[in-house]
Design a protein around this ligand. Structure first.
Ligand code: FAD
Length: 404
């Protein structure tokens, strides 16, 4: 039975979805708001349709995750029992472009590799449907206002729609807290940090450098049989850092062989320095697709021509990029963006490289009952995001269940 104490969770990435599920299981009434059309954030799955109508699915964000944390492993066990997660038992390793050799590093792997089934987003999808959770997709939160007299948060959508009043809020993306780059995103900053000075203090002067990435989705009619591994890091390449066979994961369709390539951060940065931060044009994405495929073919690995290829760029990855490469790209940015550069160090990313709440695992304003979670709080991966989401739910449920 869910009570009338209401919590808003902003973001259906793994940290927000885990947080929402825990709060709802404790009887609180949870509403999840997500800008995207579906759940998962950086664990989302992409559906592509070829010209002849064939449907292709790709995990274009995190390809898998590992964990050595007992709390996370407990959740993973539960998800495995529900059929949402499976172990990806294939051969992994590396390819050295200098020696043109694959190395199987399977024996060095201590942790199991887990994937969502049938897509990386399956966990978030299921958590968003749990009893007590209402998920509203395609709903960007534009403002979070603290109503002092009512002791409540008021949540407003980007389009001005009133999304309701809530006793507590979980925010699971840095860009909700940090100054906007309106000229690039068109989005105002939803939360005024003056409302939560303790959180603002913790955010101050802590850079969160990140590594940008392009992902290239490829589909082949025939298996790439010359590749002995299903996932490998690529050494000594200026363009490519990782490749994996997405269709080799458990629960995927075997109608075609689908691979994903990840670019190096340096390559992605070089593209930003040439094009700026605007939404990439189809022509740019086509160029990136061709360059990444060509880089793979030039490694000497025998790769046939794909019948489908498409590059994907995550805008948030790029905004974060600036923190590590701002000196080299400032000249290519609009002047108003240049002035915001230092604040970008706090914004969302593909892989934030530092954490800001290693001890508490989330940021927390007890008086106003607002928790901030996400991978940037703990470690730049799925495990870190889960740990942070659990911590945020734990802070909020403790106070909401005792005081209200
Ligand atoms: C290419 C790539 C490869 C990766 N590889 C790995 C890997 O191998 N292993 C691993 O463990 N991790 C990997 N990661 C990292 C992993 O995906 C992330 O650490 C994790 O998914 C972050 O989850 P999160 O909940 O913190 O954030 P996110 O997944 O980013 O979720 C935040 C959500 O908030 C939503 N949101 C933001 N603002 C608003 C708003 N105003 N209103 C409504 N919704 C909003 C966003 O749309 C998003 O869905 C990879 C990531 C990428 C991009």
């Amino acid at each position: 039975m869910h009570n009338t104490t209401r919590v808003a969770v902003v973001g259906t990435g793994i940290s927000g979805a885990v947080s929402a599920s825990i709060l709802a299981r404790n009887g609180l009434s949870v509403t999840l708001f997500e800008s995207a059309r579906g759940p998962g954030g950086r664990m989302s799955q992409r559906r592509e349709t070829t010209e002849d109508g064939t449907e292709l699915m790709f995990d274009h964000g995190a390809p898998f995750f590992t964990s050595s944390n007992n709390g996370v492993l407990g959740l993973v066990k539960e998800w495995q029992l529900r059929g949402l997660v499976a172990e990806w038992k294939e051969k992994f390793g590396s390819f050295d472009c200098t020696s043109s050799k694959f190395t199987d590093t399977e024996q060095d792997q201590v942790c199991k590799r887990y994937v969502g089934v049938p897509g990386m987003n399956s966990i978030c999808k299921a958590l968003c449907r749990e009893p007590g959770v209402e998920a509203r997709f395609g709903t960007s939160v534009g403002r979070l206002d603290w109503l002092q007299n009512e002791n409540l948060w008021m949540v407003t959508a980007l389009d001005g729609q009133n999304l309701g009043h809530f006793n507590g809020v979980v925010v699971s993306d840095k860009n909700i807290l940090l100054p906007p780059i309106t000229s690039v995103t068109g989005r105002p900053q939803p939360l005024d940090l003056k409302l939560v000075p303790e959180i603002a203090d913790k955010l101050q002067d802590i850079p969160i450098p990140v590594h940008p990435c392009f992902a290239l989705m490829l589909a082949f009619a025939e298996p790439l049989s010359s590749i002995p591994l299903k996932g490998f890091s690529i050494k000594n390449s200026e363009v490519l850092s990782w490749a994996h066979c997405d269709s080799s994961k458990p629960g995927r369709s075997a109608n075609s062989e689908r691979w994903i390539l990840h670019s190096t951060a340096e390559y992605a940065q070089s593209i930003i320095s040439q094009t700026g931060l605007q939404k990439p044009s189809d022509a740019l994405l086509k160029r990136v697709s061709e360059e990444l495929l060509q880089a793979l073919q030039m490694t000497g690995i025998n790769v046939s021509q794909p019948f489908f290829m498409k590059a994907h760029r995550c805008l948030r990855c790029f905004l974060l990029e600036i923190s590590i490469s701002h000196t080299s790209i400032l000249s290519s940015l609009p002047s108003q963006v240049s002035r915001c550069t230092l604040t970008f160090t706090h914004r969302g990313s593909a892989f934030p490289a530092t954490s800001i709440a290693r001890e508490e695992k989330c940021l927390w304003d007890r008086k106003k009952r607002l928790a901030v979670c996400g991978d940037f709080c703990v470690s730049p991966n799925v495990e870190g995001a889960i740990i942070s989401g659990v911590a945020a739910a734990s802070k909020l449920k403790e106070i909401l269940l005792s005081c209200l």
